[in-house]
Write a protein that binds this ligand. Sequence first.
Ligand SMILES: *[C@@H]1O[C@H](CO)[C@@H](O)[C@H](O)[C@H]1NC(C)=O
Ligand SMILES: *[C@@H]1O[C@H](CO)[C@@H](O)[C@H](O)[C@H]1NC(C)=O
Ligand SMILES: *[C@@H]1O[C@H](CO)[C@@H](O)[C@H](O)[C@H]1NC(C)=O
Ligand SMILES: *[C@@H]1O[C@H](CO)[C@@H](O)[C@H](O)[C@H]1NC(C)=O
Ligand SMILES: *[C@@H]1O[C@H](CO)[C@@H](O)[C@H](O)[C@H]1NC(C)=O
Ligand SMILES: *[C@@H]1O[C@H](CO)[C@@H](O)[C@H](O)[C@H]1NC(C)=O
Ligand SMILES: *[C@@H]1O[C@H](CO)[C@@H](O)[C@H](O)[C@H]1NC(C)=O
Ligand SMILES: *[C@@H]1O[C@H](CO)[C@@H](O)[C@H](O)[C@H]1NC(C)=O
Ligand SMILES: *[C@@H]1O[C@H](CO)[C@@H](O)[C@H](O)[C@H]1NC(C)=O
Ligand SMILES: *[C@@H]1O[C@H](CO)[C@@H](O)[C@H](O)[C@H]1NC(C)=O
Ligand SMILES: *[C@@H]1O[C@H](CO)[C@@H](O)[C@H](O)[C@H]1NC(C)=O
Ligand SMILES: CC(=O)N[C@H]1CO[C@H](CO)[C@@H](O)[C@@H]1O
Length: 770
Amino acid sequence: MFQSLMLAALIFFPICNSTDTITPIQSLRDGETIISAGKNFVLGFFSPGNSKNRYLGIWYKKISVQKVVWTANRENPIYNSSGILTIKGGNLVLLDGGHNSNITLWSTNVSGSTMANYSSAKLTDYGNLVLTDDQQRIVWESFDYPTNTFLPRMKIGRNLQTGLNRVLTSWKSVDDPAPGEFSLGLDLAGVPQYILRKGSDPIWRSGPWNGERISGIPLMNREIIPEIYSYVANNDDIYLICNRANSSKATISVLDHSGLLQRQTWNDMNRGWNVITLAMEDRCDRYATCGAYASCDSNRMIWCQCLKGFERKTPGNWSDGCVRRRSLDCDGKGDGFLRLEHMKLPDTSRSREEPGLSLEGCKEECLKNCNCTAYARANISEGGSGCLMWDGDLIDLRTYSDGGQDVYTRVAASELSCEMNERHDNVLDDNDIEENGKGSELVLFNVSVIAAATNNFSESNLLGKGGFGPVYKGQLLNGQAIAVKRLSKTSTQGIKEFKNEVTLIAKLQHRNLVRLLGYGISGQEKILIYEYMRNKSLDSMIFDQKRSAILDWRKRFSILVGIARGILYLHEDSRFRIIHRDLKVSNILLDDDLDPKISDFGMARIFGQNQVQANTNRVVGTYGYMSPEYAMDGRFSVKSDAFSFGVILLEIISGKRNSYYCDCCSMNLIGHVWEKWKEDRAMEGVDSSMINISSFRTEVLRCIQIGLLCVQEKAKDRPNMSSVVLMLGNETAMLSPTQPAFCFGKENCSDHQIVCNSINEVTMTKIEAR
Ligand SMILES: *[C@@H]1O[C@H](CO)[C@@H](O)[C@H](O)[C@H]1NC(C)=O
Ligand SMILES: *[C@@H]1O[C@H](CO)[C@@H](O)[C@H](O)[C@H]1NC(C)=O
Ligand SMILES: *[C@@H]1O[C@H](CO)[C@@H](O)[C@H](O)[C@H]1NC(C)=O
Ligand SMILES: *[C@@H]1O[C@H](CO)[C@@H](O)[C@H](O)[C@H]1NC(C)=O
Ligand SMILES: *[C@@H]1O[C@H](CO)[C@@H](O)[C@H](O)[C@H]1NC(C)=O
Ligand SMILES: *[C@@H]1O[C@H](CO)[C@@H](O)[C@H](O)[C@H]1NC(C)=O
Ligand SMILES: *[C@@H]1O[C@H](CO)[C@@H](O)[C@H](O)[C@H]1NC(C)=O
Ligand SMILES: *[C@@H]1O[C@H](CO)[C@@H](O)[C@H](O)[C@H]1NC(C)=O
Ligand SMILES: *[C@@H]1O[C@H](CO)[C@@H](O)[C@H](O)[C@H]1NC(C)=O
Ligand SMILES: *[C@@H]1O[C@H](CO)[C@@H](O)[C@H](O)[C@H]1NC(C)=O
Ligand SMILES: *[C@@H]1O[C@H](CO)[C@@H](O)[C@H](O)[C@H]1NC(C)=O
Ligand SMILES: CC(=O)N[C@H]1CO[C@H](CO)[C@@H](O)[C@@H]1O
């Protein structure tokens, strides 16, 4: 009896001094923290980046590198450690106690409660700071006032009853949490959509919820992102919420100070954040890049293209967009619709939703209204109904290589049958080159200076012979070491195009890419200048019996992650998509810390895209690393790069080259790894120079599995690089690999046909092996 009373007392009268709570008599001073019950989050004072200013904020408890997810006094820092957080008059207030009288720097500003003495604030395990009144009613919560971070369980959107607008705003810089230029919030004009603004200008648009995901974030729907997003829209509230499938892992979306919206997931293995860019991923994400009635495609050399039935309004300026070639008939039955596939829905601020209408009903409805320019399904889920109808110019369209939906655009009936007349712009406009030169510190070198720096391109300075010409080591007069790539003279590209491409490539900056410093042009001579990597390329270590022992498993794993991140950046994070096409171990350079840097990216562009594409017999790429579809048909894609990555991965783990696995045996490296994998003996193929490898067995096998997934024969089965990065981070479940394209390229073997799968009739003449 007594015991059960005790128990009841414990349940109903919990100990008041719990460390996750602030009360009117328990203030929080700088240096002290409160910690959520499950030890997920901390509330306390911090200094961001290199700043010495103090701010009140919330960060992860278990992550060793401090990650602040919310800040109170964003604009009013405290300059020393005299901050005090307390409860006064029912409000949480932050005081600067370093004066004779306390100065209020920040307050929750809710109207005072009569029983204010019994208010308390508690930090929850989701990172929400919740202020309750004497009746335990929630009067304020930090989730309603987000800063730059969208946490699971937080709502981004608007409460229509209270007017509360939950918006993300970037920090000013990594050192300053004050509101920066960028904000992301729900826009209620037309069919609601999220708009990312720089100041008041829209720079990106999410598009509406399409029943499955935000239409402008195709990544959201891929099975690789385990979060479950829901969109709630009722008369009271419209918001997006993320319910993380597994809350024990830290996953957030951050609007960073440069305006990128990124999903970040903590990776315990390499103690860093895995990053995937959700918005402003490439140039086509930028709002209305191509103007009205034009669509942006980042896979094409010329990103913008008029919709079918439309033509350029002002040649040379895409911001004016396109106009109809033939005017609409309007009243009669003279109009029809063209279906555009894989589209991001156009700006919905000039659209409305018709719930319940079928697609056919929508078409009829649209034809009846002369202002209606397009329609699309409102809910793309199986069995979903309703449609959206636009009644103004169609703005901010783009295509996705994976994802997107159908849009039906209204055109004059005569356009429906005259696709043959389609005119394609095939010259690069000056205007298509983004802010030429601005923002990069690309230097134009005098060729005589480069010649002097390399002893007139002497043999003794030669570092190697790459695909597009020899590479020399050089030294500038100021002592800086450089790598000089002298492009072979067969390039037909004009000087202007060359400059344009070099300028674009120089904008690609990532810690896992070699930095382009400058270039030189003189007559036929075209030269590229890169930062010099003292530790040379990965193949000089990994395939060298003595030096390979320097690379233990941890180092090899971090090299793999670095390479994968570098490729992902080229594919998805940079402002335009680059397919490398020639990834191989000798193109991975190592910096002083042996961190990997990818070189030779963008060469196809720099060298002259047309030349490479026009000549179908000439494929840029290297024997042993090329996917079958690229080697045979010249079809390159992010998936052909993924194939090359798979080969690199298996080479790094085995310490053996794919193409020269053994002299004239029946299989290459991929084949051997696959055979061992099937027999559950994959560890046997691992480089024996790595000490203590058995203790990393699980990780090693996981990596081999990723490698095998990448080298699968069918491109569509291979993961893209964002999946690879997630898989390396142990974040997602993995599929079982199917048979790889393993026999491809065994040219010297008499018996190679025994084990080849379908692609053994490769004609080697098609490949310019290097
Ligand atoms: C903090 O700075 C204020 C002025 O901003 C000063 O009055 C106070 O003495 C300082 N407190 C401490 C502890 O240094
Ligand atoms: C400032 O506020 C703190 C916390 O409420 C309190 O302890 C202190 O007495 C106040 N100081 C002055 C000068 O009012
Ligand atoms: C609280 O209200 C005051 C006066 O209306 C205002 O100046 C201040 O910015 C508000 N503080 C917050 C944190 O909203
Ligand atoms: C709150 O506390 C103050 C000081 O402790 C006291 O003067 C006041 O009467 C209390 N108010 C209520 C509503 O209990
Ligand atoms: C969540 O992840 C942890 C660690 O990865 C794992 O131990 C746990 O089983 C997972 N929980 C669920 C529900 O998947
Ligand atoms: C393109 O057109 C826009 C708007 O019509 C104008 O602001 C811009 O200056 C033009 N750009 C060029 C390069 O002519
Ligand atoms: C079409 O647009 C014009 C101009 O915006 C407007 O005056 C007219 O009412 C619209 N017609 C319909 C049927 O919505
Ligand atoms: C979309 O359609 C599916 C299937 O009918 C339905 O379950 C879902 O609730 C719809 N979503 C919205 C946002 O209407
Ligand atoms: C390049 O350098 C050489 C030698 O210093 C000089 O003669 C020549 O004028 C320079 N060329 C240019 C374009 O500056
Ligand atoms: C480089 O070549 C030029 C002319 O071909 C010659 O004058 C010069 O001496 C050479 N310099 C070196 C370092 O060999
Ligand atoms: C990877 O995840 C699996 C299952 O979630 C877990 O058992 C394993 O320990 C994890 N490995 C690492 C290195 O975190
Ligand atoms: C393994 C190896 O060669 N490491 C070298 C990388 O480069 C730095 C700087 O030159 C050298 O100090 C390392 O020895």
